[in-house]
Design a protein around this ligand. Structure first.
Ligand SMILES: Cc1cc2nc3c(=O)[nH]c(=O)nc-3n(C[C@H](O)[C@H](O)[C@H](O)COP(=O)(O)OP(=O)(O)OC[C@H]3O[C@@H](n4cnc5c(N)ncnc54)[C@H](O)[C@@H]3O)c2cc1C
Length: 398
């Protein structure tokens, strides 16, 4: 018998939450994290809970309509999960779900909001279109130039520093082994299961290995490298992003504010700082001609300026605030910007969960993936997000 039923590689939000739900489901689980829990994107992100389709997802709305419908359906699961997470995890996750507004500044952008709304309402997402005055009635901080907004009353934000560690603790409570400073260096077939080798910085024996029925690759931007250890291709790419935090101000913006045509997400933390982001690039560091995910990406000043300009255009009071802090982080995207969730067809027992707004949807991805691994099916279909859609890449692999 294998040492474990499932070995989860990566201690970000997706890995920790998956380990928790798998262990609660009765599986013998090991989670291996090469550094500290939450050291990757899960601890660096903006903490937005965006259940509406984001700006980046609707650039090709006709081509990916079916996938977007499934994605919105998953948002409904995510809303329910976030509403119950404090109780489930036994901590105050500092989650506020006071609503979100996706704003439009031009008639063309208003038309995109309408097409988006149609998909979202068809999937039962609670959402309404407001004209500019209607939006300013519930959000008086919005600029006069805002022509319309989609209001989703369940959107909000949470504290990224708390979630993954809380899931890791609950995973241990449920019987999982969670090992940090354990860098996976090899994944190979072992009978009908897998052998996972790892280097544990704390142990004197160097490389250790365990056998496992299934592997869940939740290594974020490094998931490509973990897949390569099993002789598999994974089309995931790192993208380096920028975040800005202003000084603290009195309560001003209770909502999550996003833009339908510009890169902008803006919200106020419980402490009073405005967090302004929305996908402005920073620059990946390089080592020996290759990008490295280990060093923080280099800041681009044009991103800071562009991001703050977008913020001030939508919420004019931003222009009078001092910038307190800027940081960069790296996350993973696929060519279609949807997540990769499922088993690689060429490698039975090798599962992947990565990409796609993994803070908002991380707990949901984890729950659905644990159902898939434990039962062979999930309560919300994951087929549109399966690695099988990139099947050609692995036709000669595995
Ligand atoms: C600046 C920024 C802002 C963002 N804002 C939002 C937002 O507002 N809302 C939202 O929904 N999403 C947001 N995201 C995206 C979100 O953060 C990610 O999708 C999510 O955190 C991914 O979680 P993960 O568990 O897959 O990856 P990660 O958190 O990166 O975890 C992967 C883990 O795997 C470990 N690992 C790697 N290789 C190995 C190995 N060989 N052996 C063992 N362990 C290994 C790493 O050390 C890491 O801890 C943002 C991302 C960034 C960077």
């Amino acid at each position: 018998m294998a040492d474990y039923d499932v070995t989860v590689i990566g201690g970000g939000l997706i890995g920790c939450a998956s380990a928790c739900y798998l262990a609660r489901g009765g599986a013998r689980v090991a989670l291996l994290e090469r550094g500290q829990i939450n050291q990757g994107a899960s601890g660096q992100n903006a903490g937005s809970l965006h259940f509406q389709l984001e700006y980046r997802l609707i650039r090709d709305i006709d081509r990916y309509r079916r996938e977007l419908e499934f994605y919105v359906g998953m948002s409904r699961h995510a809303i329910m999960m976030w509403e119950g997470l404090d109780e489930d995890l036994g901590i105050d996750t500092q989650t506020g779900m006071h609503g979100g507004l996706m704003v439009a500044e031009t008639p063309e952008q208003v038309e995109v909001l309408k097409r988006k709304l149609e998909i979202e309402q068809s999937q039962g997402l609670e959402i309404e279109l407001l004209d500019g005055d209607g939006a300013r009635r519930i959000a008086p901080y919005l600029a006069p130039g805002i022509l319309a907004a989609l209001h989703c009353p369940k959107e909000g934000h949470s504290n990224p520093r708390l979630l993954a560690p809380a899931f890791a603790r609950r995973a241990v409570d449920a019987g999982a082994r969670v090992e940090t400073h354990a860098a996976v260096t090899g994944v190979s077939r072992s009978g009908s299961g897998w052998r996972v080798s790892y280097e544990n910085a704390a142990a004197s024996e160097g490389v250790s290995s365990i056998t496992t029925g299934a592997v869940l690759n939740a290594a974020g931007i490094w998931a490509v490298r973990v897949a390569a250890m099993a002789n598999l291709h994974l089309p995931l790419f790192p993208v380096a992003l920028t975040m800005n935090a202003t000084e603290k101000v009195d309560p001003l913006v209770p909502h999550l504010v996003q833009h339908v045509g510009r890169r902008l997400s803006l919200k106020q933390t419980d402490d009073g700082n405005l967090l302004i982001g929305g996908g402005w690039p920073s620059r990946m560091q390089q080592s020996a001609g290759q990008w490295t995910g280990s060093a923080p990406p280099e800041l681009r000043m044009d991103s800071v300026v562009g991001n703050l300009r977008a913020g001030a255009d939508v919420v004019p009071q931003v222009a009078g605030l001092r910038l307190l802090r800027v940081w960069t982080g790296t996350t993973a995207i696929t060519p279609d910007e949807l997540p990769v969730l499922g088993e690689v067809p060429q490698a039975p027992g090798f599962f992947v969960a990565a990409g796609g707004s993994g803070f908002t949807n991380g707990p949901t991805y984890a729950r659905l993936m644990s159902e898939l691994i434990l039962n062979g099916s999930s309560s919300h279909p994951l087929d549109p997000f399966s690695p099988a859609r990139f099947g050609g890449l692995n036709a000669f692999m595995g």
